[in-house]
Design a protein around this ligand. Structure first.
Ligand code: NDP
Length: 476
């Protein structure tokens, strides 16, 4: 349903969806062009309103996340509602970010002033996935508001309860000509992508990311693509064993592994592998008990399609690896136990695509160069994790690998620092956000040169005869 026209339900009828979306966009363009979103006071007020709305709707948000993904309340609070921290950061820094910046100019330009103005882009489209369905809609929205844009949000229909709450919250908080939500499936996505936006911010898989970029190219619309991929986790022998095991187990099995920056697979120094495995098995027991199916703190797979896909990745033969923790499943509950696989080769099925579920393959290395070579032979990942105390090894891995971000001696936490831009590189995405990077993503930096009328040197004007030598002396 497109919120701005609550009387009209968007059905699978593409023509109806297109007509409603065009009308909504027309109103948003008019709102933007009228300059309502420009004043910093307006943007600050909207950010505060968004924060208050999240607080007001907190019980509904948590209930929706429980219904859609069986998200434990604490996980949901930390990873979804925690986005309000990002609002506080934007409110604090927005006046500085939005202030025009003076720059120095070369001598031949003087007398003049150079300034850079951050201006909003216009009407932006934000498309989000189902795995952190609230946070991944609201976090980019914070940047869009701070930068002074109108926004149209398209949550995933695969997290329908959360999609509904987002639509309600936005409708209750904002003028739909300013910010609105288009709920629905493929027909809505396609109708949206046929329109011209001033920016498209997409979070999802690499395959749909390509389709989004192709559609955006028709209008030369810039895109931010927050995609996924296989994020490696290297474990050296010089570590604090229990902390390492806990941090890996937490980062991997949070949201049942359905996290874009979850450690996808382990590359473990052969010398530490038996101890690390024992410590991870212990951590799984500590976190989720002897039977994680009974734990209130363990999420479920989002739908039957993903459950089927993940079940296929559990090794049916020793050629595909050996289950050394977990492995049990329950289709009716879409439950897959926290699972660790040993004896996995780079050719195994589980090593071909992003796993995006609670299955953790372990590969081993004798020399770090083998681990680095394996990472470099694959598309650039969204995150790279390295557990080691060895500063030289840290520097080596940093220098020899490329990834969206890196986290040393922990997992996931890199996403929670507003001062660190978050985004991918290569197949894991383009562009970044969070904190100032969000403001930058949704702004155009307009360069302005201001000259005066004090005097007018004629050197650059025709006739040029005899002036070239002078220019060669000035500009070199
Ligand atoms: P998808 O790419 O399948 O979907 C993402 C969004 O695109 C959804 O809203 C979906 O709608 C919509 N969509 C589906 N088909 C189209 C289409 N043809 N045109 C336009 N939009 C479309 O991703 P998932 O939702 O399955 O999320 C999982 C992926 O997202 C993983 O690869 C994960 O790594 C990545 N991800 C990346 C993050 C990051 O920050 N970099 C964060 C979280 C996830 P609908 O669901 O309604 O069909």
């Amino acid at each position: 349903m497109v919120q701005a026209a609550p009387s009209d339900q968007i059905t699978s009828d593409q023509a109806t969806a297109s007509a409603q979306i065009s009308e909504t966009l027309g109103r948003q363009r008019a709102y933007f062009n009228a300059g309502h979103t420009q004043p910093i006071e307006f943007r600050l007020a909207q950010l505060k309103a968004l924060k208050q709305a999240i607080l007001d709707y907190q019980p509904e948000i948590l209930a929706a996340l429980k219904a859609d993904l069986n998200k434990p309340e604490l996980e949901a609070y930390l990873t979804e509602i925690g986005v309000t921290k990002e609002i506080n950061y934007a409110i604090k820094h927005l006046p500085t970010w939005a202030r025009p910046k003076s720059v120095s100019l070369p001598l031949e330009q003087l007398p003049a002033k150079g300034r850079i103005y951050a201006e909003p882009l216009g009407v932006v489209l934000i498309i989000g996935p189902w795995n952190y369905p609230f946070q991944l809609m609201i976090s980019p929205l914070i940047g869009a508001i701070a930068a002074g844009n109108c926004a149209l949000l398209k949550p995933s229909e695969l997290a329908p309860q959360t999609s509904r709450v987002i639509a309600k919250l936005i409708q209750a908080t904002f003028d739909p000509a300013y910010i609105t939500v288009a709920e629905g499936g493929l027909e809505v996505s396609q109708a949206l992508l046929a329109e011209r936006f001033d920016h498209i911010f997409f979070t999802g898989g690499t395959q749909i990311g390509r389709a989004v970029m192709a559609a955006a190219a028709q209008h030369l619309t810039p895109v931010t693509l927050e995609l996924g991929g296989k994020s490696p986790c290297i474990v050296d022998s010089d570590i604090q064993l229990e902390y390492t095991a806990r941090r890996i187990v937490w980062g991997k099995f949070l949201n049942a592994g359905q996290t874009c920056i979850a450690p996808d697979y382990l590359l473990v120094d052969r010398r530490i592998k038996p101890k690390l495995l024992a410590a991870m098995q212990q951590a799984i027991r500590e976190f989720y008990g002897d039977d994680p199916a009974q734990s209130p703190d363990y999420a479920r797979i989002v739908n039957d399609r993903h459950f089927g896909r993940l079940s296929q990745l559990l090794p049916a033969s020793s050629a595909e690896g050996e289950i050394v923790a977990g492995g049990s499943t329950n289709a009716a509950q879409r439950y897959i136990a926290p699972t660790i696989l040993d004896q996995v080769t780079p050719e195994a099925a589980v090593m071909q695509e992003e796993i995006f579920g609670p299955i953790l393959p372990m590969l081993e290395y004798d020399n770090i160069s083998e681990a680095i070579a394996l990472i470099k032979a694959r598309p650039k990942p969204l995150a790279l994790y390295l557990f080691t105390r060895d500063a030289q090894l840290q520097a080596l891995v940093l220098a020899q690998t490329s990834s969206g971000g890196v986290c040393m001696n922990d997992t996931i936490m890199q996403i929670a620092a507003s001062s660190l831009p978050f985004g991918g590189v290569g197949e894991s995405g383009m562009g970044s956000y969070h904190g100032k990077a969000s403001f930058d993503t949704f702004s155009h930096y307009k360069s302005v040169l201001v000259k005066n009328f004090w005097f007018d040197l004629k050197w650059r004007y025709a006739p040029y005869a005899g002036k070239l030598e002078l220019f060669k002396k000035i500009i070199r």
